[in-house]
Design a protein around this ligand. Structure first.
Ligand code: COA
Length: 320
C-alpha cells in the first residue's frame, strides 16, 4: 500500500514584476538576470498573503480531485514565510475551508519543504494515521527579501501550489531526504524580533542573505546525487523516468543537473521564467500546470526534487 496524488492546484498573485521593473529599483538589467538565471518576471503579493494563496491552491486541488474539504483529515503547509507564527498556515487554510477534522501543521524546510511535507503526509497515510491529505507549498518570499540587494531580490517570487493525496495501490515509490545543518549560513534569514530582556541586539540577517555560488555548487552536486540514490533504491533505470520536476531556482542549475545525469532537457519542464524561485511552492505549481496542460499521462514515472536553505534536499519517485 502507498499513497498517490489525486488532485493538484495553484495560485499566484496578480501583480507581475518584470526584470525591467526591477532595474528601476536596483542596479540590474534584463540581460544579466535572464542570462544568469533564466528568470524574466515574478509574481509579487499586494493584496494576497501566504494563507490566502494556500487556500486558493487547496480549493483547486480539491476540485481537481473531486473531494470535499470535510473529507480531508491532514493538512500540511510547507512554508518559511507564514503570515503569523501562530496560528499556523495549515490551521488558517482549515478555517477557510470550513474543515473540522483535519490535523494541521506547517513544516519549514525552505525550498525543499514541499517534498518533506509530501513525505510526511505519505507516511501518515501508510501508517493509517490519515486517509486523505492536503499538502501545500505557499510562500511570500517578497516579505523576507531586501529589495535593495540586487544579488537576491531578482531571484524570488510569491505563489502557492497544492496536491491532494490518498491511499492507493500505486503512486509514491520512494523518497530520499537529507539535511546539512553545518552549511546553514549559505542561505539565512533571522526574521524574528528580540525579546524585551535581550535588549537592543542588532539582527545579523534581517532579510535573506545568500552565498550564491556556494548554493549553486551544492545544488548541482546534491540533486543528481539524490536522484541516483533514489533510482538505485527503487530499482529504476534513469531512462524509465518520464519527467524530472525540479525546484525552479535557476535554469542553469537545472541544465547542469540534466547534463550530469545525461538526460535531455526536454524531460525537465521549466516555468521559472514567469515566476522566479517561489521556494516551497515551485514544484507543486509546476506539477499543477503540467497536470492541467495534459502533459502528465497515467503511468508516467516522475521524479520531483527540491533543495535549499538548511541546507536541505528531498527527491521522490512516483507513478502518476
Ligand atoms: N544584476 C547585475 N549584476 C549583478 C546582480 C544583478 N542582479 N547580482 C550580482 N551582480 C554582479 C555582482 O555584483 C558581481 O559583480 P562584480 O564582478 O563586479 O563583483 C557579478 O554580478 C557576478 O556576481 P556573482 O555573484 O559572482 O554571480 P554568479 O554568476 O554567481 O550568479 C547567482 C549569481 C545568484 C545568479 C548564482 O550564484 C546562483 O544562481 N546561485 C544559486 C542561487 C539559488 O538558486 N538560490 C536559491 C536556492 S533554493
Amino acid at each position: 500500500m502507498t499513497s498517490r496524488i489525486v488532485g493538484t492546484g495553484h495560485c499566484v498573485p496578480e501583480t507581475v514584476i518584470t526584470n525591467d521593473d526591477l532595474s528601476k529599483i536596483v542596479d540590474t538589467n534584463d540581460e544579466w538576470i535572464s542570462s544568469r538565471t533564466g528568470i524574466k518576471s515574478r509574481r509579487i503579493v499586494k493584496e494576497e498573503n501566504t494563507s490566502y494563496m494556500a487556500y486558493m491552491a487547496a480549493k483547486q486541488a480539491l476540485d481537481n480531485a473531486n473531494i470535499l474539504p470535510e473529507d480531508i483529515d491532514l493538512i500540511i503547509v510547507a512554508t518559511s514565510t507564514p503570515d503569523t507564527i501562530f496560528p499556523n498556515t495549515a490551521c488558517c487554510v482549515q478555517g477557510l475551508l470550513n474543515n473540522k477534522k483535519a490535523v494541521c501543521f506547517d513544516l519549514n524546510a525552505a525550498c525543499s519543504g514541499f517534498i518533506y511535507a509530501l513525505n510526511v503526509a505519505h507516511s501518515h497515510i501508510v501508517a493509517k494515521m490519515a486517509k486523505k491529505a492536503l499538502v501545500i507549498g505557499s510562500e511570500c518570499m517578497s516579505k523576507v527579501i531586501n529589495w535593495k540587494d540586487r544579488g537576491t531580490c531578482v531571484l524570488f517570487g510569491d505563489g502557492a501550489g497544492a496536491v491532494v493525496i490518498e491511499e492507493s495501490k500505486e503512486g509514491f515509490i520512494h523518497t530520499v531526504v537529507g539535511s546539512d545543518g553545518s552549511k546553514g549560513e549559505a542561505i539565512i534569514c533571522d526574521g524574528h524580533s528580540n525579546s524585551y530582556f535581550e535588549g537592543e541586539k542588532e539582527k545579523k540577517h534581517p532579510f535573506t542573505e545568500m552565498n550564491g555560488q556556494e548554493v549553486f555548487r551544492f545544488a548541482v552536486k546534491k540533486v543528481p546525487e539524490s536522484i541516483g540514490q533514489l533510482l538505485e533504491k527503487s530499482n529504476t533505470l534513469i531512462e524509465e523516468i518520464d519527467w524530472y520536476i525540479l525546484h525552479q531556482a535557476n535554469e542553469r542549475i537545472i541544465s547542469s543537473v540534466s547534463k550530469r545525469l545525461g538526460v535531455p532537457m526536454e524531460k525537465f519542464p521549466i516555468n521559472l521564467e514567469q515566476y522566479g524561485n517561489t521556494s516551497a511552492a515551485s514544484v507543486p505549481i509546476l506539477l499543477d500546470e503540467m497536470n492541467r496542460n495534459g502533459m502528465l499521462k497515467k503511468g508516467d514515472k516522475i521524479v520531483i526534487s527540491g533543495f535549499g536553505a538548511g541546507l536541505t534536499w528531498g527527491t521522490s519517485l512516483l507513478i502518476w
